[in-house]
Design a protein around this ligand. Structure first.
Ligand code: SAM
Length: 404
């Protein structure tokens, strides 16, 4: 016995479920469902959500040939938008980038299953681990986001506004308390002068989703966007509203670019660094750049420490630089741990009183495969010190460690 469709089911579809979709129309949906079932990893609800949203978005923006699916999760929305353009009548060579701070295993399984069915889609969708806050587009790109929770949907709107990009979002998890800051940024960037909605009787009557989405639409209209609303079937999810907006003018407000500086993407830190933390700007319009970024490893380890020296004159800086490089390369090879090392001059100045040059070097170690613990960095620093003692002994009086 085959079970009928269950629009809101969170149960993951399994290969045996494919038969339930076999006679669904259009045939493309049945084929897509079979490929999704094959992965065994995606809940049924998400298939319906993404399919229905993609239909609406494709109808509203048939000519958009470049898509950025932000907070993409498994990336199904991006894939369906590409599929609709390439498999419906009148082939449109659409490409997409799916962006999320983490690339779930389901994203790889989904890509493999879809490419098995449609090998000709190879290279049309790339997945980049990046943050919504880093996104920009220097060419026509449609920004889409399905269920980017709470303020994340505002980040998508902010990114779209900064690039004057068209957009389609289906927001969820609205919270007037948690979204005060992002809604304020939206008001500032769009030039919307009405105050940011606060928790009020209005909220209890209308619910935060209505209040916040209305605010979003008005902010977009203030920024000279043509705004529309659409719905997927409410049986799938209570968060079924889609905001569709297209800029009436392409010209960017010069003030908008200024807010790029406020990105809250974390700065590089020591220890384990995830791919998205290293990406401070991501041009989603550039298919070559996003393809290259899609091949990065998800995480790497970096450690660094600084060493400062006095030396007799500036000409000695390169020779110490070379020696540090040589020692670090030798130390990392000794451990057979495939760590990359880098030595850079971080700071230097001339002290006229002592007639000496001070120079600070930054020593960085990076590894993709093997974690670098704090203790490893301390050991490297110690061993580097021993190596330098021998180098300094060979050129007496030329160098002195600061603080010695
Ligand atoms: C509710 S899921 C939605 C996933 C997918 N769009 C869907 O409809 O199934 C929200 C996604 O946002 C991602 N996310 C969280 N913070 C993010 C950020 N700053 N930038 C990009 N993605 C983010 C999460 O990793 C998660 O995959």
């Amino acid at each position: 016995m085959t079970r009928s469709l269950s629009l809101h089911s969170r149960r993951k579809l399994k290969p045996r479920d494919a038969s339930r979709f076999a006679y669904e129309a259009p045939p493309l949906f049945a084929e897509l469902a079979a490929a999704v079932c094959e992965t065994g990893m995606l809940p049924e609800k998400e298939l319906h959500e993404c399919w229905q949203m993609a239909q609406i978005v494709d109808r509203a923006f048939p000519d958009s040939l470049r898509i950025a699916d932000i907070a993409a999760g498994h990336g199904l929305l991006a894939w369906i938008l590409v599929l609709l353009a390439r498999k419906s009548e009148g082939l449109r060579p659409r490409t997409a980038v799916a962006v999320d701070i983490t690339r779930p295993k389901s994203a790889d399984s989904l890509a493999a299953s879809l490419l098995k069915k449609w090998p000709e889609l190879s290279g049309s969708v790339h997945f980049v681990e990046g943050s919504a806050e880093a996104i920009q587009a220097d060419k026509a790109t449609l920004f889409v986001a399905a269920h980017a929770c709470g303020s994340l949907s505002d980040q998508v709107l902010l990114a779209a506004l900064r690039s004057r990009s068209p957009l389609a979002i289906m927001p969820c998890c609205h919270s007037l308390r948690k979204q005060q800051e992002s809604l304020l940024s939206l008001a500032q960037l769009s030039g919307y002068s009405a105050g940011v909605p606060v928790r009020s009787p209005l909220e209890s009557n209308a619910g935060p989703s209505l209040v916040i989405d209305l605010f979003r639409k008005e902010a977009l209209a203030s920024a000279d966007y043509d705004v529309q609303e659409a719905m997927i079937q409410p049986e799938i999810t209570p968060f079924h509203r889609i905001i569709l907006a297209r800029p009436r003018t392409e010209v960017r407000d010069p003030g908008m670019a200024l807010t790029m500086g406020h990105s809250r993407v974390p700065v590089q830190r020591s220890g384990q660094v995830r791919a998205f933390e290293k990406l401070h700007t991501l041009n989603v319009a550039d298919a070559k750049e996003t393809e290259a970024l899609s091949h990065r490893p998800s995480r790497e380890w970096t450690r660094f420490f600084d060493l400062s020296f006095w030396m007799k004159d500036e000409a000695l800086v390169p020779s110490l630089h070379d020696e540090l490089n040589r020692l670090m390369t030798a130390l990392s090879e000794q451990g057979q741990n495939s760590w990359e090392t880098r030595v850079t001059v971080r700071d230097q100045y001339w002290n006229p009183a002592t007639q000496q040059r001070a120079c600070t070097f930054r020593i960085e170690v990076r590894s993709v495969a093997v974690p670098i613990e704090k203790a490893d960095a301390l050991r490297l620093r110690r061993e580097l010190g021993h190596g330098l003692d021998a180098f300094f002994a060979a050129c007496p009086g030329a160098f002195r460690r600061r603080g010695d």
